[in-house]
Structure formats: C-alpha cells, structure tokens
Design a protein around this ligand. Sequence first.
Ligand code: GDP
Length: 440
Amino acid sequence: MFQNLQDKLDRAFKVLKGQGNITEINVAETMKEIRKALLDADVNYKTAKTFTDEVKQKALGQNVLTSISPGQLLTKIMNDELTDLMGGTVNDLDISQNPTVILIAGLNGAGKTTFSGKLANYLRDKKGKKPLLVAGDVYRPAAVDQLQVLGEQVSVPVYVNRESNDPIAIAKEGVAEAKRNGNNIVIIDTAGRLAIDEALMTEITAVKEATQPHEILFVVDAMTGQDAVNTAKTFNDRLDFTGVVLTKLDGDTRGGAALSIKSVVNKPIKFIGTGEKMEALDVFHPDRMASRILGMGDVVSLVERAQQQFDEKEAAELQKKIRKNKFDFNDFKSQIQQIKKMGNMKDLMGMIPGVGKAIKDVEIEDDAFKPIEAIIDSMTPFERENPDAIDTKRRTRIAKGSGTDVNEVNKLMKQFADMRKVMKQMSNPAMAAKMMRNMP
Ligand code: GDP
C-alpha cells in the first residue's frame, strides 16, 4: 500500500540529499515535490497545502545536527506531522455500555458486511465480548446470507428476520434480542446504496434514532480516493458518526483517503481492513501509518500481529529448541502455518523496513509455502525430527512423494540449514544485537 506515494517522497527527499543544511530554497523545492506527491496520492488539496506549509515552518526552525542529514530530519518532521494529520493517537471504540449498540453505515460494496463480521470476531476474541450481529441489509438478499456465513465462521450469532423488509423494525428487534440473550454488543449491518441518495440517508437516520447507537462507524473503500472523502462528508453531515473504517488498504491503494478524512470530517479512523479474511482487521494507529507511508516500515504492527498468533509457552519451548539446535521440520511446519494465519504475505513483508520497496513488483503468492509444505508432508516422522539424517536416498524418495524434484528438496534442505544457523545466532542476545547493528 502507498507504494506510489513512497516512491515520490523518496524522490523529493533526494533533492535534499547531500545538502548540509535546510535552507529556505532547498526546503521550498522539496515541499513542492512533496505536495505534488500528496496530490497524486489523492490527498485533498487543502490538506496537502496546510501540511507542507507546516512541515516547512518546522523544518526551517530546526538546527541541523551534524549527526543527521537534512533528509532524515525532514522525514522525522513529516512523520510527526503525518501522525497528527491522521488523528495523533489511537481512538478506541467505546464499548462500555451493556449492550453497546454499534451501527455500521456506508455505500454498497464498501465492505460493511465483511467489516461487521471482522468486528464481531475482534470484540469476541480480543475484548472478551458476547456480540450479536443484526442483518439489516434488507434490499440485498445475499447480504443476509453473507452475514450468516460470516457469523458462523467467527462463532457469533446473527439476528435475521426474513419476513420483514423494514430495516428500522429489524434493528430494534435485534437490540431486544441481544438484551434477551445477554449479548453485550449489538452490531447492526445496514443497507447501502450504489451512490448517496435521500432515501438512504433518511432510512439510516431513522435507524439511528430508533436504536440510539453508542458508536456509528462509517465504512469506506480506501481505493475510491477523493470520493471516499466526499462520501464521508455527506454521511457525517447527516449521521454525525463516531468513527471511520477504511477498508481494502491491502490493495494498490493510493492512500490519500487515510490522510484527508480526519482533517476534512474531523472524525477519527478507528479500524483498517487489510484483506478479505476475518482476521484482516487492524486498529488504526496514526503513528504507524505515518511511518508506513514514509517507507519506514511498520515493525510494531508486524510484531503485534505475530504476538497475537504465537503462544508464549510455545515460543519459550521453541527458543529452547533453537538454542539446543533441535529446531526441526515439525517446528518449521507449524511456523509456516502460523505465518499463514497472520494474513497476506506481501502485506506482511511490506511492513518490514526497506522491504516494501524491494518487493513492490514481485508477485508473492499466498500459497508460496505449498511446495515446502508438500515436501515436509512427505517426510517420515523420523526425518522431520532428524533433519540431519535426510541423505540423498531419502531426498529422492521425498521428492517423488511430494511431486517436486530433488533440486527443490535440496534447496529447502539448504535453506533450512541456513535458517537454523541464523536462528541459533539470534538466540544469543549479544550476537543478535550485533546482527541488528549491521542491518542496513
Ligand atoms: P458491503 O456491500 O458494504 O456489505 O460490502 P461487502 O462486505 O460485501 O464487501 C464487498 C467486497 O469487498 C467483498 O468482496 C469483500 O470480500 C471485499 N472486502 C471487504 N473488505 C475488504 C478488505 O479490507 N480488503 C479486501 N481486499 N477486500 C475487502
């Protein structure tokens, strides 16, 4: 995501590279480039102008320290300003009421139904809540089915009334049902339209009045750029929503919407959708998004996602095995499975500083692990536990069994051996620190 913007900013910073000082002239030139890059990324004109003016002001007031380049200093200033622009700090959902009613609004195709499922999953899994989903999209019959499927997938009940086509009544029934069943969260998925129209606005306003939601989340497709900002403005004027959900930030998004929405409607972005899977939901962190835009990677998000998937006890066991050089193919396979659960591979790799750019044009298939898994599956339990015992004869058999060839098996064996070596080194804190220092 944001690749285009990153490339352009890189180019803008080049103007400053090799220059010893930030002067009125070189900063003006860089800011012009940055403003262009922001506009190209679909950032609203006024937002881009205010932003660059502010960065320039701050940059000129700074003494350039000898230890950092003007480019680095400007990156830091931009990082802080971008963070501010996107809301500064994390804005949590208010889920303190019992039941807390959350209304989901937006245009058709924005990702409302998908997000409703993801949110239910998140609140149940991470916040220990007991949510109820309410199927309020009565105009699109498939939407009700879709929500039921998602509810089943995330083990959250769904309130459906196929007899009725009155979204207001259904929403009210849903809240009553939640009270009866002791659900402390009610997530109401509403109907959208292809475009904003009066009927939609009247209806969603009526649903709001009838259910008195504590949170109204406006879901918008980040890929629609400036349109997203305009739609947000119209919805906000009528609904006064409490937060924004930006979906499809996993695609080739230009990213302008994330930067402009907060400053245009003055409502915080609360969540971002990064894929079609139910786990592909992140709480929005302005600071992390800023560093992602600037190409500094998003190590914290990456680490957090990893932490969500990894069991502490398991990790400790694994550490022990690594130190003793006992890491085997069973461990390797379970690592692969955990990584797969974390989401889209390319997206994950993009979060590592410096990697985003490198893999921009590389096709990374989500099933890149398939041949590796096939090879491991063809090993006997003895072989999985004793990688060193896998000789040429065994390799030939494994290749046959997995439908690959010996070269591929050899390659995996070599990678595995290398990985084991690095892991062993990393498990020694002194060595790990040394390796980190040597990273680019
Ligand atoms: P609704 O009409 O607003 O309820 O939209 P849906 O929830 O049906 O979503 C429309 C399409 O967008 C579906 O194909 C979803 O799988 C897809 N979608 C939703 N959120 C995301 C996301 O964060 N990333 C990607 N790549 N696709 C998404």
